[in-house]
Design a binder for this molecule. Structure first.
Ligand SMILES: [Zn+2]
Length: 599
């Protein structure tokens, strides 16, 4: 295909790079003269991707990518220059169809054949002859509407019904064979047979609604294999395609979240029950490309597994690749059934509760180790858990550094096992160095501190070493807010001193505590050195994380309530929704400030 220079210029001028780019970069925002956001071409936590609206070019300081709108589209869609011009023309609504010369390319022919086959199977399903296929779907619980919108079909129980039709239409039979619709007969030269027979047919679309392949499911047990799918071709590569994405992509963007299930029917079941941000890989584990595609649409991907799924472990491995992209992956496992059966029995809201309680992969792995070893001495499984923590190579949470992430897991472990936290940290250090863990977290007699208590004590530590930020902290906290009695009384003293003198002289705090726990704590705090680069930022981090922590705690409480509730569940669900939004706002706030942590 050839495009006139003038036409290319016209296409270039009819769209704005920032508008197009924002479809792929949810975080893109105007900052000063430019637009900035998280780079779609490399993984990062603070935005280094920027667009100059005047020059209509983009640039990433992180990975040194840059260019104009066509460069952007061809990089992000993995397509060539001409293809990218066509995409942009599409976006701009400029019709370039009359520019196309007689296409010699094979792709349009494949598309035509596939489209013909799809309509053939679909019409057959809706005809009286296709009743068996339709009944199968209806009995499984697929709705009439879904049959129509997903263009589901049924292949006749006949040797060559489709082949004969294709032959009549003078279709390229060699090509139809290559894409797996028909096969060449060994016995009769030049004759073809249908590959899909007596099967329910699921057409597979690309993101632009082109039909690119088929999945066929047997409706009787004699018919093996159970699933028969198109082979890969010029238009169909499993690693690049997610079933249902053409139907789900708008909703995924809108909700900033994608849900991944395992099968066609799971996708259809969710969609027909109003959960439309759902897709499935096609007989493979989730690939790096799948994650890349989704990361351009949303910031959160939830993998929803069947109760007895065999695919979890393979998927956990593929999740590692997500660190390359700006997306957080979480895992949810159904207590019973697959998503399709579950949503039929329990409804969409119940399924959403499971989805909302999805865990980060590390949490998921840790919980599995603990559950698998139930009844065993808790500390004997520490090495296995330490190994998981040690292997955390990135923080899924954009506001946290990897070290902070590891540290928070050690805190959680100490709480779960009711082991002194200092001791568990010491054990972990030993484990990392390859030394034997000999005290099994049992040395040290200190109390187990809750997350909140630790946060308040960290706050005091910060004040003692950087008294100049006391004023800021007192705006947000008053002693009454604090539930840890030790922090509370020290905080009260600090507040009193500051309010009187409008500054804080640390030595004066000791006047309040000539002896006792407070004095011990202050002494050890002073001895602990502090090396914070930006105390205000460190404070903000404690503050926001405390808030997030409290929201998460409440969400967990409500999720438990929903699981055990009767008629009042709707109220709890509404409450969860409000909290989720609050949490989201807070996360956005951290992100937009950009200053909370710059790692
Ligand atoms: Zn980059």
């Amino acid at each position: 295909m050839y495009l006139e220079k003038e036409l290319i210029e016209k296409i270039r001028e009819s769209v704005l790079l920032q508008d197009v780019a924002s479809r792929y970069i949810p975080s893109l925002k105007k900052k000063g003269k430019n637009y900035t956001g998280l780079c779609p071409f490399h993984k990062e936590k603070t935005p280094s991707f920027s667009i100059s609206p005047d020059k209509q070019i983009f640039q990433c300081f992180g990975c040194n990518t840059g260019g104009n709108i066509f460069t952007f589209i061809s990089k992000i869609e993995n397509i060539g220059f001409i293809e990218s011009v066509k995409r942009v023309a599409d976006i701009a609504g400029i019709d370039i169809s009359n520019q196309e010369n007689e296409e010699s390319a094979v792709i349009p022919s494949i598309r035509r054949i596939n489209k013909y086959a799809m309509n053939f199977y679909h019409a057959y399903l809706l005809s009286s002859q296709g009743q068996a296929g339709k009944n199968y779907l209806l009995n499984r619980g697929v709705s009439e509407e879904a049959i129509i919108s997903f263009k589901l079909g049924f292949s006749p129980d006949s040797w060559d019904r489709l082949s004969a039709n294709l032959k009549n239409k003078k279709a390229d039979l060699e090509l139809a064979e290559k894409i797996g619709l028909i096969g060449k007969s060994q016995k009769y030269q030049g004759s073809y047979f249908d590959k899909l027979r007596n099967r329910v047919v699921f057409p597979i679309f690309d993101r632009s609604n082109n039909i690119i392949a088929f999945g066929g499911r047997a409706i009787s047990n004699e018919n093996q294999p159970k699933y028969l799918n198109s082979p890969e071709s010029e238009v169909y590569q499993k690693r690049n395609i997610l079933y249902g994405l053409n139907f789900a992509q708008d909703e995924i963007k809108e909700l900033d979240r994608a849900i991944i299930v395992e099968g066609y029917l799971d996708v259809i079941g969710c969609h027909q029950n109003g959960i439309r941000n759902v897709v499935a890989p096609l007989g493979t584990a989730l690939t790096e490309n799948h994650i890349k595609i989704l990361s351009q649409l949303c910031n959160e991907v939830i993998m929803l597994f069947d109760s007895d799924s065999a695919g979890i472990n393979a998927s956990l491995k593929s999740i590692e690749t997500s660190k390359l992209f700006n997306v957080e992956i979480k895992i949810a496992v159904l207590p019973q059934d697959d998503p399709f059966d579950y949503i039929q029995k329990k409804g969409a809201r119940e399924l959403m509760v499971i989805i909302d309680s999805a865990e980060k992969p590390v949490d998921f792995k840790i919980r599995n180790v603990i559950e698998r070893n139930r009844g065993k001495d808790n500390v004997s499984i520490l090495p296995e858990l330490f190994e998981i923590i040690k292997n955390i190579s990135y923080s899924a949470d954009l506001t946290k550094s990897t070290e902070a992430e590891k540290s928070s897991y050690l805190t959680k472990l100490s709480q779960t096992f009711k082991i002194n936290e200092e001791a568990i940290r010491a054990d972990y250090e030993r484990f990392v160095k390859g030394e034997k863990i000999n005290n099994h977290g049992k040395s040290g007699k200190g109390e187990i501190l809750s997350y909140e208590t630790r946060a308040y004590r960290d706050l005091i530590h910060l004040i003692i070493h950087y008294p100049e930020i006391t004023g800021d902290i007192l705006i947000d906290f008053s002693p009454e807010d604090i539930r840890d009695p030790l922090s509370k009384s020290i905080f009260a003293a600090i507040s009193k001193l500051y309010n009187k003198e409008n500054e804080l002289r640390v030595d004066k705090i000791f006047d309040f505590f000539p002896k006792g726990l407070e004095m011990d704590f202050l002494n050890s705090t002073i001895q602990k050195e502090a090396s914070v680069e930006d105390p205000k930022a460190a404070y903000k981090e404690i503050y926001v994380n405390l808030k997030l922590h409290n929201i998460e705690k409440k969400i967990t409480e409500y999720v438990d309530k929903v699981k055990n509730s009767g008629s009042d569940r709707l109220e709890y669900l509404a409450e969860i929704e409000i909290l989720r939004r609050e949490k989201e706002k807070l996360s956005n706030y951290i992100y937009n400030r950009g200053s909370v942590r710059n790692t």
